[in-house]
Design a protein around this ligand. Structure first.
Ligand SMILES: NC(=O)c1ccc[n+]([C@@H]2O[C@H](COP(=O)([O-])OP(=O)(O)OC[C@H]3O[C@@H](n4cnc5c(N)ncnc54)[C@H](OP(=O)(O)O)[C@@H]3O)[C@@H](O)[C@H]2O)c1
Length: 265
């Protein structure tokens, strides 16, 4: 079947801007893309971590002139504006803008805190919106390039401990779908990335068994593979994501029973 997006093809010499590159899945993607010859802009808040990553990518594959570090806090409009100006001045064209930035705050009804929920929605949903507010005109002018957004299977349907994280990712899925609808006719690829459990600093706080847990490197490979093929939704690992996809189309009576039986934490 024809893919929903133009296949990204080879990463060699492509200009890739990763937001949320300082650790976990974003860091693994940076290493994967640099090994395959891409030019990179690395963004997040922790400058030291980004500089260390840039040095490691430069020594193992591409030279330092192919990597730029641009600090950015996606919660802060001024920081986003400044970073976008730097990135758009640096490059004539952006081939891929990859959003990996996100925060994970497990929360249930008995420890619900509005301030934490607001922060989660601000970073996970409004963060990508802020950056796209500055960069969408560039993509539309280019008439090509790709935007890829890391959401989560937690956005498919309501899950335990997910009172803030789940809604932030559900809204992000909806946003990415709408973005595809608008940008596809303009030649710009849009990809929704839906990881299951990945072993990173974010999930290290979980006190429950994480089924089908994978490494950030496996996640980066799956993301790269899905982009290369032009997939709209890049979801992994399939043994877990198909189970959740099946669950979400069940009647609520069965859905809640199955959650209690299989996912209860
Ligand atoms: N790990 C999983 O099981 C899993 C599953 C599904 C989806 N995801 C999603 O995958 C993405 C990456 O998560 P991860 O597991 O790799 O966790 P991680 O290691 O904690 O990475 C999160 C990244 O987001 C950046 N970030 C957070 N707040 C930011 C802000 N305000 N401005 C700019 N950057 C910010 C962090 O950098 P700084 O702290 O330096 O700013 C870091 O680079 C997240 O969106 C997460 O929701 C993860």
């Amino acid at each position: 079947m024809k893919p929903l997006n133009p296949p990204f093809g080879s990463f060699s010499n492509k200009n890739i801007w990763i937001i949320g590159a300082s650790s976990g899945i974003g860091e693994a993607c940076a290493k994967h893309f640099s090994k395959n010859g891409a030019n990179l802009i690395l963004s997040a808040r922790r400058l030291d971590a980004l500089k260390a990553l840039a040095a490691s990518c430069a020594s193992s594959s591409i030279g330092p002139s192919h990597i730029q570090v641009v600090a950015m806090d996606v919660d802060d409009s001024h920081s986003v504006k400044r970073a976008a100006e730097l990135a758009l001045t640096h490059w004539q064209k952006i081939d891929l803008l990859l959003f990996v930035s996100g925060v994970y705050e497990p929360m249930r009804a008995d420890d619900f805190e509005f301030a934490k929920a607001l922060k989660t929605l601000n970073t996970n949903l409004l963060g990508p919106m802020r950056v796209l507010g500055e960069t969408l005109p560039k993509f539309i002018e280019q008439g090509e390039g790709h935007i890829a957004i890391v959401a989560s299977v937690a956005g498919y349907s309501g899950l335990p401990k997910s009172l803030a994280y789940g809604p932030s990712k559900a809204a992000l899925i909806n946003f990415t779908e709408s973005l595809y609808y608008d940008l596809h006719p303009k030649g710009v690829g849009v990809h929704l990335i839906s990881p299951g459990f990945v072993a990173t600093a974010a999930t290290a706080i979980n006190d429950f068994h994480m089924p089908a847990l994978i490494t950030p490197e496996v996640a980066a490979n799956a993301i790269a593979h899905g982009l290369e093929r032009g997939e709209f939704e890049i979801h992994f690992p399939k043994r877990f994501t198909y189970f959740l996809k099946l669950l979400r189309i069940m009647p609520y009576r069965i859905y809640f029973w199955a959650l209690h039986r299989f996912v209860n934490t």
